[in-house]
Design a protein. Structure first.
Lengths: 374, 104, 292
């Protein structure tokens, strides 16, 4: 084996990627199936002089992460379904106060305590709309082992660039599987480094549409005020209608102006495809061999695998739907991305969904049967 | 003026009657626009220098009034008690410790 | 200009609190304590939760953070661990510290993380209109206990001493000089420090319990205040409604959390990493010797 080629568990790949991306603060609470991330961080962070703390619950974990992010750290936390439900209030605070942070959500069977040791993909809508109020969010869905690494690094870059929480979403099977992966060298990694350290004045939220806040961290010599209340351009609380509407628009537009930079996807066998398979995470891993087997049988199927699930790759899909008139959504839940597909694809596209929520991931054979019947 | 404000003024008047004017002069500065007329300073002043009065500058229509400035002994309890930063003693010429951060 | 005024953001004045509210006195006492200690505003961060006390950071001319209900201590933990050299002050009300935030309170005390908490106890949830809180005295009438409160209140000082907090003190807003002195001592303590300030909410609690104006309520608080020495001489019966004031518990030997982390955990981890690397190097050398 080469020098950088290792066999690592999925969770450890994500933790390793976070450390390589420069994460220097981790606050977490153990929960199956993401405890390995916290355990790995508790061993490795002190070795590098970085911070690790196990807080008393998930709410406290995200609170400590936000506090550390405001004090200048690159922060991360890791959890699963029940813990992610607890984190919603502070996720909203991260969006409202425009704070960079990375949350790893390893999906397990739900709702409530559900199936702690079995996978699902049922947190899709919660990652988009879990916290109350109008809020933009970025959700990345790696599927293969190398993507676990690269998407985690990309999550840190996106969160720093857009001053917003970013969620890395995968599931219990990928978390626990040991796979071989080639870890890139540090010098080959792209790490976002354009964070500002000086501002002109204390009008930290004064900006044009599509711009980020002009804010620095605490203790840089500027007495800034960060608030969960709706605020004006200085950051002080206000409820004046014009200001509020403007701030809501600015927070949305700072993400939606740069969809081309945020949305990424991978396509397999799509050039002449007649059936489009839409699958992410562990379902994409099964869909790819299924598509290959279908091709061998002469069926022209193709796989569209989103790496960015939210914002939804609507424009890319609509382009494909001008030519492709059959779409099969494969997801391990009772139907969540399916509704997005119904919204995005026009009426002349035949939409079907392969759904299951019993904790057993799809096999390529099962997906192939669906493709054959289509 | 409400009943308790009248009672406060009465109590301040009684305290004043028991005393004589102070030996040294102390300046009192009142920022009427911050004063909410709560009466905490009137209550705590040991010499009855302050009373409440109707005043439309203040947000609540009542603010503090320095009725007997020569009775002020400069203890600064009104300044320490005021929740709104509306009253200061010897603001222009601070005496020992008032502006160098050592004591207050 | 007074020295303590440099810690105040006058642009946000006048304060939104009711006339005579004890929160203003706490604001002034903290500013005076900062001034006495001659701290740099850039080195301080003031964190608060939700409620009337939660509006206090807006008025400080330091780094300020206004967070969610009950979780201010968690944000402060993150800030302190990230920048252990800075001063972190948390201002909290009834609900923030003892109801929704009760869990974080005892964990912060147990960890002894270097946060200075000022807990403003006015016996009610003021900002939301006057609902009962875990610190409301029994038999009081509030918006959610119209027939009288049947729940006994927490004794926060004892709760914290049992959670091994290393500095617990209590004062009232009637005594601004002593309040400032106790706050100053708590700021100088290295570790988790709590100052419980008994305050008056005459508009939302006093008004429903025959204490309509601030003076009546401060007199009621005064009637319940005793010094620590007097409290110890009292019988069980006399103690029931009294608040002992002063520094109730102080332990300077407990190490602070971030000190423990950076002076014990990090060197231990680095030593372990070095030992493992040495072992690996020895194994590689042995393998090379075998081959040659």
């Amino acid at each position: 084996m080469g020098k950088r080629r290792k066999v690592l568990q999925g969770n450890i790949i994500v933790a390793r990627a976070a450390i390589d991306a420069g994460c220097n603060f981790f606050a977490g609470y153990p929960i199956t199936p993401s405890s390995e991330i916290a355990q790995y961080m508790s061993r490795e962070m002190p070795k590098l002089g970085r911070d690790f703390i196990q807080m008393e619950d998930e709410i406290a974990s995200l609170g400590a992460c936000i506090g550390a992010s405001l004090a200048g750290r690159k922060v991360m936390t890791a959890t699963s379904g029940p813990g992610f439900s607890l984190m919603q209030e502070h996720l909203g605070m991260g969006v409202m106060a425009e704070i960079p942070l990375v949350i790893v959500n390893v999906m397990r069977g739900g709702p409530s305590t559900g199936l702690p040791t079995k996978p699902s993909q049922a947190d899709v809508m919660q990652t988009r709309w879990g916290t109350h109020g109008d809020h933009p969010i970025i959700v990345l869905t790696p599927a293969f082992a190398s993507e676990l690494y690269s998407e985690t690094v990309r999550a840190f870059n996106l969160s720093e660039r857009f001053w917003n929480p970013v969620i890395v979403l995968y599931d219990e099977v990928m978390a626990k599987a040991h796979e071989d992966i080639e870890i890139p060298y540090k010098k080959d990694l792209y790490i976002y480094k354009e964070k500002i350290h000086k501002i002109k004045d204390l009008d930290i939220y004064d900006r044009e549409i599509g711009e980020n806040p002009h804010r620095v961290d605490f203790f840089k010599g500027y007495p800034i005020h960060i608030d969960g209340l709706e605020h004006d351009k200085h950051g002080w609380p206000t409820s004046e209608p014009k200001t509020v509407q403007k701030q809501q628009t600015l927070r949305m537009q700072k993400i939606y102006h740069y969809l081309d930079d945020i949305i990424q996807y991978k396509e397999y066998y799509m050039e002449d495809a007649e059936i489009l398979l839409f699958a992410f995470g562990v379902s994409a891993r099964a869909a790819l061999p299924a598509v290959e087997m279908a091709r061998e049988m002469g069926i022209r199927a193709g796989l569209f695998q989103p790496l960015t699930l939210w914002p939804f790759p609507k424009n890319a899909l609509r382009q494909r739907f001008s030519r492709i008139k059959k779409v099969l959504t494969v997801e391990l839940n009772m139907g969540q991305v399916r509704y997005e597909m119904e919204r995005v694809a026009a009426d002349d596209v035949e939409k079907r969904a392969l759904l299951r929520a019993n904790g057993i991931p799809f096999t390529p054979g099962e997906i192939l049967e669906q493709i054959k019947e289509f | 003026m409400e009943k308790f404000e009248k009672e406060l003024n009465q109590a301040a008047r009684e305290r004043r009657e028991k005393r004589k004017p102070a030996p040294k002069q102390n300046d009192l500065t009142v920022v009427s626009v911050y004063c909410k007329g709560c009466g905490l300073c009137v209550d705590i002043c040991p010499t009855g220098t302050l009373e409440l009065e109707d005043n439309m500058v203040s947000k609540f229509g009542v603010s503090v009034n320095v009725v007997a400035p020569d009775y002020c002994i400069g203890c600064r309890m009104c300044e320490r008690r005021c929740p709104d930063f509306a009253i200061f003693v010897n603001y222009e010429k601070p005496t020992r410790g008032q502006d160098n951060g050592k004591t207050s | 200009m007074r020295h303590y005024e440099r810690y105040i953001r006058y642009r946000t004045f006048p304060t939104p609190w009711c006339p005579g509210c004890g929160d203003g006195v706490v604001l002034k006492s903290i500013a005076m304590a900062f001034s006495d200690l001659e701290l740099d505003p850039n080195d301080i961060v003031v964190v608060a939760g939700i409620g009337c006390s939660g509006r206090m950071p807006t008025f400080f001319n330091t780094n300020t953070l206004h967070t969610t209900h009950g979780r201010a201590l968690t944000f402060a933990t993150g800030i302190k661990l990230a920048r252990p050299d800075k001063m972190v002050v948390v201002i909290s009300g009834d609900g923030d510290a003892t109801a929704i935030g009760g869990n974080h309170l005892i964990h912060a005390a147990r960890r002894n993380i270097g946060i200075n908490l000022v807990l403003i106890n006015n016996g009610v949830y003021g900002m939301t209109g006057g609902q009962v809180s875990p610190l409301t005295p029994q038999k009081f009438v509030t918006e959610t206990t119209p027939y009288g409160n049947i729940e006994p209140k927490f004794d926060i000082a004892n709760l914290l001493i049992a959670s091994k907090a290393s500095f617990v003190a209590r004062e009232t807003v009637n005594r601004p000089v002593q309040l400032k002195e106790v706050i100053k001592k708590s700021f100088q303590h290295r570790g988790f420090s709590v100052v419980e300030v008994i305050s008056n909410c005459h508009i939302n609690l006093g008004r429903r319990n025959r204490m309509k104006d601030p003076i009546a309520m401060t007199k009621w608080i005064e009637g319940r205040t005793v010094s620590k020495a007097q409290y110890e001489k009292m019988t069980e019966e006399e103690r029931r409604h009294k608040y002992p004031t002063g520094i109730l518990s102080e332990d300077t030997n407990r190490l602070e959390y971030s000190d423990l982390y950076y002076k014990h955990i990090v060197p231990a981890a680095q030593a372990a990493a070095e030992a493992a690397a040495k072992k690996q190097a020895e194994r590689n050398n042995a393998r090379k010797k075998e081959k040659s």
